[in-house]
Ligand binder design. Structure first.
Ligand SMILES: NC(=O)c1ccc[n+]([C@@H]2O[C@H](COP(=O)([O-])OP(=O)(O)OC[C@H]3O[C@@H](n4cnc5c(N)ncnc54)[C@H](OP(=O)(O)O)[C@@H]3O)[C@@H](O)[C@H]2O)c1
Length: 184
């Protein structure tokens, strides 16, 4: 696939490396912005309070499938009174949208491919985004597990604080797996 990542740091750069290794073509945009008109999928991986500015700096986003990996910390709220950053993204782009990759630690991306059990990657979003979420999760070494539709994105954004708390409570960085009994 042709993928544009907006934000080329830990998450955007880390996933871009994995996706290129899986055979995708990735265009990496930073805060200078650019054009996403040729992309089949867009990853948004900028600081959670920079989503509005980041989208404003990129052209060609109309109707695109967007995977939003952002998290909000310290009481920051989504722009324009949206319920979540992901729903704000959808209000701007109008295309299939998913909240995904916000509940996995980028520092572990290089280790996921060799994991004994495939880690899960929670996502919440539009049905039309499901195939892209499943494929790009798999190509990064994860199995996508659906949490809900796009109106559940706020719940998924809220999980970030719990993940950070778990690391601090003694486990350190971790992956997780959610699977039905038949797959245990
Ligand atoms: N790190 C993790 O383990 C992790 C896990 C899950 C979710 N997240 C979430 O994923 C997002 C990215 O995290 P990260 O760790 O990858 O951050 P990061 O390493 O600091 O990278 C941030 C990227 O966003 C770009 N950026 C910053 N301000 C911008 C703006 N106003 N407009 C456009 N682009 C801007 C930066 O551009 P330049 O390259 O030009 O500096 C940089 O490429 C955050 O929302 C974070 O909460 C992080």
């Amino acid at each position: 696939m042709d993928i544009t990542v907006i934000g080329r740091g830990n998450v955007g750069g880390g996933l871009a490396d994995l996706w290129e290794r899986a055979g995708h073509r990735v265009d990496r945009l930073g805060r200078e912005g650019g054009d996403a008109g040729g992309a089949e999928a867009v990853l948004l991986a900028v600081p959670g309070d920079a989503v509005e500015a980041a989208l404003a700096s990129v052209t060609g986003l109309g109707g695109k499938t967007v995977l939003d990996a952002t998290n909000l910390y310290g009481g920051a709220r989504p722009p324009a009174a949206s319920a979540s950053n992901a729903e704000y993204v959808k209000s701007i782009t109008g295309g299939p949208t998913a909240k995904v990759f916000n509940t996995n630690f980028a520092a572990l991306f290089p280790l996921v491919a060799g994991a004994r059990a495939t880690p899960s990657n929670l996502w919440a979003g539009d049905d039309e985004a499901e195939a892209v979420v499943a494929r790009l999760s798999a190509d990064a070494g994860f199995e996508a597990v659906r949490l809900g539709r796009l109106d559940a994105a706020a719940v998924q954004e809220g999980l970030a604080g719990a993940l950070i708390a778990i690391t601090g409570a003694g486990l350190g960085l971790f992956t997780y797996r959610m699977a039905p009994p038949a797959l245990l």
